[in-house]
Design a protein around this ligand. Structure first.
Ligand code: GMT
Length: 383
């Protein structure tokens, strides 16, 4: 198939997922065309079946706000027509679903039928999408999608609760390449020793440092754990809350034991040296970073918000606590760090759970959906 993928190219989970999906589809022989405003971060090696089309947004003195959506729709039209795309798969509803709708209408005037699939990822529904500034367009464009998927049951339910959706939303879970995230303790010992030179345990948090991630809770949990166990905290990623978190660490006199390493492309290395992963989010539709940690045998201490209980199984792969309950999270972390046997069994449970979301189990679900959508589109042309 010739598939156009539209996503945010930055470090967010939706862009990561979309890029990994495109790479896996290309490996299976599909022609994949990424349409984004910048090279997606995980699209970092040449692949014969992958093409990248950059959306250019020309400016003009009249534009206080350059019309990105128009530029994106026009680029979609160009790629559909010149690369003979069979379908578009857009990730994150805003503005990708409405731009896909527009592109579909434009090419239909030229006799081309190109269906589009919208994958909902989380904040496009639960945070930004619900805002009344966007809600009518989001509702309309989701309903006009030829198929809709959500990355968890929770997100599917949230979408039905928040919008008047007239169509079925299929749940296709996020996935992980467990081979890539396979733990490599011996190989990465030098890295581990650099972070924890005296054999301390390592707590890890990876995010885009936004409010919804509740990064201050990570620091509070760390402080409580540190009172009882020698431990270091590794903070990966960047975002608007990072300066405040750095100030918080200074005020709490924790700087010596906390390492900010910014955005990292080799996440598998970082996951491989961690003992526990912390994800205390206010909401998480799925928690892709937690799944990647589990694939590296890292148990997860998380909140029980959104789709996290579908990924992190309490008592098997880690522990769940109510949002904001840092005492409970610290208690869970200490329970594991002070009991090597329990930690070992939880690590095994985490890896087993990650296998359920193995990339090879999930990609065929997308391929089946593509087939179904294309067949429906062909039938509608025949009528
Ligand atoms: O929260 C992020 O990390 C960014 C955001 C995005 O859309 O880029 O992530 C959302 O999509 C991920 C991939 O499907 C999910 O794993 C995250 O849980 C989800 N984030 C939220 O729901 C807050």
């Amino acid at each position: 198939m010739r598939i156009g993928i539209v996503c945010y190219p930055t470090y967010g989970g939706s862009g990561v997922l979309a890029t990994e999906l495109g790479k896996a589809l290309a490996d299976k022989g599909h022609m994949v065309h990424f349409i984004t405003y910048q090279q997606p971060v995980r699209l970092n090696a040449f692949h014969a079946n992958i093409y990248y089309h950059e959306v250019q947004v020309p400016t003009y003195p009249l534009f206080d706000f350059p019309p990105y959506e128009s530029a994106l729709s026009s680029t979609m039209v160009d790629v559909i027509l010149n690369q003979q795309l069979d379908l578009l798969h857009v990730h994150y509803a805003i503005p990708h679903a409405s731009t896909a709708y527009l592109a579909k209408q434009i090419v239909s005037k030229q006799g081309r039928t190109v269906p589009f699939i919208t994958t909902l990822h989380g904040t496009d529904i639960t945070l930004v999408g619900k805002d009344k500034t966007y809600a009518p367009v989001v509702t309309f464009s989701i309903n006009e999608s030829d198929a809709i998927t959500a990355v968890s049951n929770n997100l599917r339910e949230e979408t039905y609760k928040s919008f008047q959706i007239e169509k079925d939303i299929e749940v296709i879970y996020n996935f992980v390449d467990t081979e890539r995230f396979k733990r490599r303790d011996a190989e990465l010992l030098h890295f581990r020793n650099a972070i924890a030179p005296n054999g301390e345990k390592i707590l890890l948090h990876v995010s885009n440092f936004r409010k919804v991630k509740r990064v201050p809770d990570v620091v509070k949990v760390f402080q409580k754990v540190r009172e009882q166990v020698p431990v270091k905290l590794l903070l990966v990623g960047d975002g608007p809350d990072r300066p405040a978190i750095e100030a918080m660490c200074r005020d709490m006199h924790l700087c010596g034991d906390i390492r900010f390493v910014g955005k990292q492309e080799q996440l598998e290395d970082v996951m491989s040296i961690a003992d526990l992963f912390l994800l205390p989010s206010e909401y998480e539709s799925f928690g892709l970073a937690a799944l990647e940690a589990m694939a590296a045998e890292v148990p997860v201490i998380s909140s029980n918000a959104g789709g996290l209980p579908e990924v992190n199984i309490h008592g098997k792969t880690g522990y769940l606590s109510p949002v904001g309950d840092v005492d409970s999270m610290a208690e869970h972390a200490l329970r594991l760090l002070q009991n090597e046997e329990l930690l070992a069994s939880m690590r095994k449970g985490a890896l087993e759970q990650a296998q359920r979301f193995h990339i090879d189990n999930i990609i065929p679900q997308y391929e089946a959906l593509y087939e179904e959508v294309m067949n429906r589109a062909l039938e509608s042309v025949d009528k």
